[in-house]
Ligand binder design. Structure first.
Ligand SMILES: [Ca+2]
Length: 208
């Protein structure tokens, strides 16, 4: 009799668990998503002007015609830790997967300066299955930021700038939701970003 009662209680318990597990409750988060790393855990060096194949001609004048501006992308690794280890969602079912849909980059100076790039809002679709580490890329420094006067002036002297370096922190907020819910949650991370005109002469010694 005791074993029948025990079995009955187990069945009731399992049913209750299934009901809770299958509840389509948009308030109930089951995943905890974090930024595992930015840029492979290294500071980000933002080159405000890319030099072409040639830095100087034979007369020592800067060769500017092959200089150009490149937008900078940031590598981001997300980890999706299941909030409840008892809930296992097979592929294709709700709650096993988290989807990053948009992000905002905001800047702070850490060198005593006051001018910062404006906030930047971007959209993306980075899917992170439960229990997995997923890497993606976001746009960190758009073209227009490198055209801002206080960034432009960091170009090397021969290109009309004054050189120098600006030290910033990028505070990045990601928004996303568990697949199967419509409740948006935030994931936040920060990294150091140094703006300068990095001139790598050892790679570009070619003269015209
Ligand atoms: Ca450069």
């Amino acid at each position: 009799m005791k074993s029948k009662l025990f079995s009955f209680m187990c069945v009731i318990g399992a049913l209750a668990f299934l009901l809770v597990s299958c509840e389509d409750n948009p308030e109930g988060n089951r995943a905890v998503v974090t930024v595992a790393s930015f840029n492979d855990n290294a500071p980000f060096f933002c080159d405000v002007l890319e030099q072409g194949d040639s830095l100087f001609d034979q007369a020592g004048n800067a060769v500017l015609r092959d200089d150009f501006i490149a937008e900078d992308y940031l590598k981001v690794a997300f980890y999706n830790r299941p909030y409840n280890s008892f809930i296992v969602s097979p592929p294709g079912y709700p709650y096993g997967e988290y989807l990053i849909t948009r992000y905002r980059v905001e800047w702070a100076r850490v060198d005593g300066g006051v001018q910062v790039p404006p906030p930047y809002d971007g959209a993306t679709s980075i899917s992170i299955p439960s229990g997995e580490l997923v890497e993606g890329y976001i746009l960190l420094v758009p073209f227009m930021v490198k055209e801002l006067p206080f960034i432009w002036t960091l170009r090397y002297v021969q290109a009309g700038g004054t050189g120098g370096e600006i030290l910033c922190v990028a505070n990045i907020t990601f928004w996303g939701h568990e697949v199967g819910t419509d409740r948006e949650t935030e994931v936040i991370g920060s990294l150091s970003v140094n703006f300068a005109d990095w001139v790598i002469e050892t790679k570009k010694k070619k003269q015209l």
